[in-house]
Design a binder for this molecule. Sequence first.
Ligand code: MSP
Length: 517
Amino acid sequence: MAKKSFYLTTPIYYVNDAPHIGHAYTTVAGDVLTRWHRQRGDQVWYLTGTDEHGEKVLNTSKANNTPPQDWCDKLVESAWKPVWKDLNIANDDFIRTTEERHTVRVQKFLQKLNDAGYIYAGKFEGPYCVGCEEFKLPGDLIEGKCKIHSKPVAMLSEDNWFFKLSQFAQPLLDHYKSNPSACEPESARNEVISFLEGEVRDLSISRSTFDWGIPVPWDPKQVIYVWFDALLNYATAVGLGDDESTDGGKKFVTTWPADVHLVGKDILRFHAIIWPAMLMAAGVAVPKKVFAHGWLLVGGEKMSKSKLTGIAPSDITKDFGVDAFRYYFLKAIPFGSDGSFSWEDMAARYTSELANDFGNLASRLIAMIEKYCDGKIPAVAQNAELSALLRQTVETADSAICALDFQGGINAIMDFCKRVNGFVTETAPWVVAKDAAKKSELDQILYNTAESLRALAVLLHPVMPEVTEKLWQSLGANAIGKIGDQQISNVAKWGQLPAGGAVTKTEVLFPRLEEVK
Ligand code: MSP
């Protein structure tokens, strides 16, 4: 049987606006994790996409005097896909909820739940936040306004179709109590458990006052509630409900259940309660893990376009480059906690960690090999301390990153980088080079430094794909294969750079900030 993929998803983003750094944060985290898994030799499937139905997108398209489908097409092609390309996101698929492969499978799924008796007709009366696209409970509001959007909610009174969500409160509680890793971090799991221990109400899963959505199969005057439609993307994109003899069915068998749904903490309940309940009702396996990360804050509040605190990724990448952008958010903020973005912190880390610790190490080494060794990697040598530390580093980084502790993983790698800098300073090759009798000592220092940089390039490749590729070329490391093909399990094997390989000077990996245009 074909090997099960490591299947990771991001939320699908509303196309009411262009991406900001909060959206990029999730997508970059997913990209780093999937690139890491690819380098572990795992079969990987990485899905992202766009959430295109519902009132929020409809209202924006109306405000722009554009039919909703045209609006979505335009934003997806001119804003979302290009931003992911610019940020070097290597997703395997991109799903749009207006695609037929999605709408057909959603209708089939809902019909199945209806046939199984989980859907009934009812009346919804209460508050609704269009920003969240969520039916609110009184406790979710402050002075009649949504806590997240600080905007007044609409009062709805509609005849809708309901999903018997309440029936799944106990099965979900049992699930999270016996599989704690199914919802992380612990704070998120506790929130979900306490919600499930309270009163869980059935969920309205259709709307009747507008038509921008997927029609309810047996009642086309109603469209399916946008979250019910959107959550299904994770499964429709990989062939949910298709016969096992078809391509879709085969894909489903090798990808489902998803290994990780990455989400922001504001959309945890949808993913950790409604989504698995929908799957349980249909007799489909629930995802292995929902991981809720924190918010990027600006001025102490969730950064958002609607509050005019949105920052576009290009605002940062134009000065710092894409790799530093990818590195910064994962290194500076523990994944799972909120973190404040500041230009000062970004600039300080860029200069000390990337330009000085990493970039300078690489340029000094290449310059010394050119000067003292005719531009050729010297004879293989093994420094016991560095090679042992590398083994330890790989182990620590691998377990941290697989546990979504990006900060812990990157810290371990950058600590190794610091130690290599210390090694160069202590062994002072520029002094050793003055004594011709010490050529072999000099060669050993330079080989050990080059090997350490080879390992750093591989370990940092998932985080900073461009810069590490440049370093790889510069070390002449293509002789041992492409950087993306290097396996994490093999990184600590010392002595891979072949002696005699030619190094080449590259442009500076991280230009000094005052030189940045
Ligand atoms: N369309 C829904 C998701 C449906 S998934 C089946 C949605 N879209 S969204 O565009 O509003 O948000 C998508 C993600 O971006 C969420 O995980 C949200 O937490 C994240 N972020 C939006 N602003 C953010 C920050 N300021 N900081 C970090 N992440 C943030 O919700």
